[in-house]
Design a binder for this molecule. Structure first.
Ligand code: ADP
Ligand code: ZN
Ligand code: ZN
Length: 708
């Protein structure tokens, strides 16, 4: 007898196959079983899904048969299926798209036999080191002990609010260790925002747990891995061989049948939000997943997102997360850096580095310490401009300027990638004098090297270098680290002490454990104070705190570390709170503003975005979607609490010759917004069909968008 079997397959974005397809199979197959099924003329990977009791029962005769079941693999768990189902519904995507995207790409192409071979390669779990001496970490500080005790006793979700260098990672390690010791099958998921940070974390976890559970007990999952590596890690997690999975946002979907602890490090980081396809927040899904598995979830940060901070307020206002605090840095001497504001109104005009800051950098060099100069803009100059006419280095394909990169004398668009050699003369008027305007990291590096040209490193006089060795100003940003391995190499150079001054973007502000950096300077952080994006101050504060956290991490380096801020707004409350390292004060002010303006976390938002050849078409689609919603969705519960704003062009309105527009939908109720979006889905699909002929290229819904 044949069995009706619902199967999810990879569906193209926005295809109308929103749910499972039905196939027939000879044997009943458990939900979660991986199968190969025919689709048109091809064969494809599918996941047997839970039957939808509301779905119409199709006629058996017309159904195609499942080709093969990959039943060497245990079915994906019901928690995993519920996670995927929730993510698809919440972020408005087809469940097949989310499910298949959550599986390693190579799995799609393997036959049952190839899979068997791969499975054999995944080493069986090593006996939990009866012989190995239990490797414990350092003795915990009182603050760490307090936090551990609270996590032990509590349940659900914790917000670990701990200063940079307060030993949060050590807390994660010990929580994982306790769990794995107590429960011989349990698994832990540890997430970090950036691929760059996984090797460091992997080293720390391997060193701690390798001797106990074998090297294979710790695996990574991130987009920088090759497909075979990714499959291997995924299988190890699915089989339970891997006790610990370290990864970036994609790891939130790892199949971990015995998941019992989730850590989200730097939980405030925007990288946790996927920016294409299903635009999920891995942090938010981690919290949801924790509930499904009954697993504890630890969100850690020195500058939590205002959402998480709000949820962890004591009492009726918050109360969803338990807040844990570790205000002090590890080590007697490792105090938080002293924050100094330089009032640029009182500095020489056009000074890039204020004289007192330059002096301070020289003093650090003189005692053999390093400085980090932070500027969140790469390239040499953001614009080239003709001094005679109005010509500027606009990108012909985008509504943006191309950035001047001096290193290869190119003009590069950071939006579409279009690059050309710098013209010899102004393309408009032939004037030879075209000049860079503004400053990126490349130019800052050059400028600092000039300013420090006469300075020599101490103790470096030798017969070959009787005058001493010149100062080395290095730079680390997305341009300097394009080749794989180059970031690690450049970081090693900094660690070795060969670098005196490091210029960098946010790439170096995050996470890295620099031991000899004692001065951090932000040369131009003011822009974010005037941004139209209501999250800009939050991001700036956390970036500056993170950057400051790079200074003075080594208790053995005894001098007081400093964070310098060059600003025209020295009295700004943001810098004031930063000076006091007072995140709670900053957050309280921001949350008050947000509440007054009815912004998240006091409201819930979604964006409908549209792309077309012309701005009119893009906006027309959004306006029709709005009109149709008002007509057809008035009866949806909570509709009166949903506000639809007018369609507007996006900030960078044209990218690669595509016009982009967006429309904001907002509600004080998450449920009302979700009900609305669920009803809107069908309307948007239908509308899309009728608009496609008019030049609409793409549309997407972004739920809980991070940038508006
Ligand atoms: P965070 O994750 O909060 O930035 P880490 O866990 O990386 O902090 O700790 C900062 C430094 O202090 C690391 O070098 C770590 O090895 C060390 N450390 C952490 N906890 C302790 C402890 N209890 N005793 C000694 N050193 C510690
Ligand atoms: Zn000109
Ligand atoms: Zn461009």
């Amino acid at each position: 007898m044949a069995h009706l079997t619902p199967v999810l397959i990879q569906t193209p974005a926005h295809s109308r196959i929103a749910t499972a397809l039905t196939y027939q199979s000879e044997h009943p197959l458990a939900p979660g079983t991986l199968v190969r099924v025919p689709l048109g003329k091809r064969e494809t990977l599918g996941v047997v899904w839970d039957a939808d009791p509301a779905a119409a029962v199709p006629e058996m005769g017309k159904l195609r048969a499942i080709t093969a079941a990959l039943d060497e693999l245990a079915p994906l768990s019901s928690e995993w299926r519920r996670l995927v189902g929730f993510a698809a519904a919440y972020y408005q995507r087809a469940v097949g798209e989310v499910a298949l995207a959550a599986l390693p790409p190579q799995l799609r192409d393997l036959s049952a036999i190839q899979l068997q071979r791969r499975l054999r390669k995944v080493a069986p779990a090593q006996a939990a080191g009866a012989a190995a001496a239990p490797r414990t970490g350092p003795a915990l500080s009182p603050e760490q002990q307090g936090v551990m005790a609270q996590i032990r006793q509590g349940e659900g979700c914790f917000l670990l609010f701990g200063a940079t260098g307060s030993g949060k990672t050590e807390v994660y390690l010990q929580c994982v260790q306790e769990l794995l010791t107590e429960r011989p099958d349990a698994q832990a998921l540890v997430m970090v925002p950036e691929i760059n940070l996984t090797p460091q974390l992997q080293d720390r976890f391997r060193q701690r747990f390798g001797p106990l559970y074998g090297e294979d007990a710790v695996v990574s999952l991130h987009s920088g891995m090759s497909n075979p590596q990714r499959l291997r890690s995924w299988l190890a997690a699915h089989l339970g061989t891997a006790r610990i999975v370290l990864g970036t946002r994609m790891a939130v979907f790892a199949s971990m049948p015995a998941l019992a602890l989730i850590v989200v490090d730097e939980e405030h980081d925007p990288s946790y939000k996927q920016q294409e396809g299903a635009r999920y927040s891995a942090r938010d899904l981690a919290v949801y997943r924790g509930r499904l598995h009954g697993a504890k979830v630890i969100l850690g940060s020195a500058t939590p997102s205002l959402e998480s901070w709000h949820h962890s307020r004591p009492g009726a206002e918050g109360g969803r997360y338990q807040r844990l605090e570790m205000p002090s840095r590890i080590g007697e001497q490792a105090r938080l850096p002293l924050v100094r504001r330089v009032d640029m109104n009182h500095q020489p005009r056009h000074a890039v580095i204020a004289p007192p800051l330059l002096e301070a950098i020289k003093q650090r060099i003189a005692v053999g310490e390093q400085s980090l100069v932070f500027l969140n803009r790469r390239g040499y100059a953001p614009v080239l401009q003709c001094t005679a006419c109005d010509w500027k280095s606009a990108c012909p394909h985008c509504s943006a300027f191309r950035v001047f990169h001096k290193i290869d004398r190119s003009l590069r668009c950071h939006h579409c990638g279009f690059a050309e050699p710098v013209p010899r003369a102004c393309p408009e008027c032939g004037n030879l004098d075209i000049a860079p305007v503004g400053r990126g990291t490349e130019r800052l590096q050059e400028h600092l090297a000039e300013l420090l040209a006469d300075v020599r490193r101490p103790g470096s006089r030798s017969p070959e270098t009787p005058d001493g060795i010149p100062v080395h100003v290095a730079r680390i940003d997305a341009d300097s680290t394009r080749h794989s391995g180059s970031l690690q190499e450049q970081l090693a150079q900094v660690h070795s002490g060969a670098v005196d001054v490091l210029v960098g973007t946010q790439m170096v502000a995050k996470g890295h454990d620099f031991r000899r950096i004692t001065l951090v300077a932000a040369v131009n952080p003011d822009n974010a104070l005037f941004s139209s994006d209501f999250r800009a101050p939050e991001r700036l504060f956390s970036l500056l705190m993170q950057a400051a956290g790079r200074a003075g991490r080594d208790a053995a380096v005894s001098s007081q570390s400093e964070m310098w801020i060059q600003t025209f707004q020295p009295q700004h409350p943001l810098f004031d709170a930063l000076k006091r390292h007072d995140f709670p004060a900053f957050a309280a002010g921001q949350l008050q503003d947000r509440e007054n303006a009815a912004l998240p976390p006091f409201a819930f938002q979604a964006l409908l975005r549209a792309e077309a050849r012309s701005q009119e078409v893009a906006q027309a689609f959004l306006s029709s979607a709005s009109a149709a919603a008002t007509e057809q969705l008035a009866a949806v519960p909570g509709f009166d609490r949903v506000t639809l704003y007018p369609a507007v062009p996006m900030v960078v309105q044209r990218v690669a010759n595509v016009e982009r527009a967006q429309m904001l939908v907002e509600s004080p109720s998450r449920l009302a917004l979700q009900n609305f979006l669920a009803g809107w889905h069908e309307i948007l699909h239908a509308l899309r069909q009728s608009e496609a002929g008019r030049g609409l290229l793409r549309w997407a819904v972004d739920v809980d968008p991070l940038a508006i």
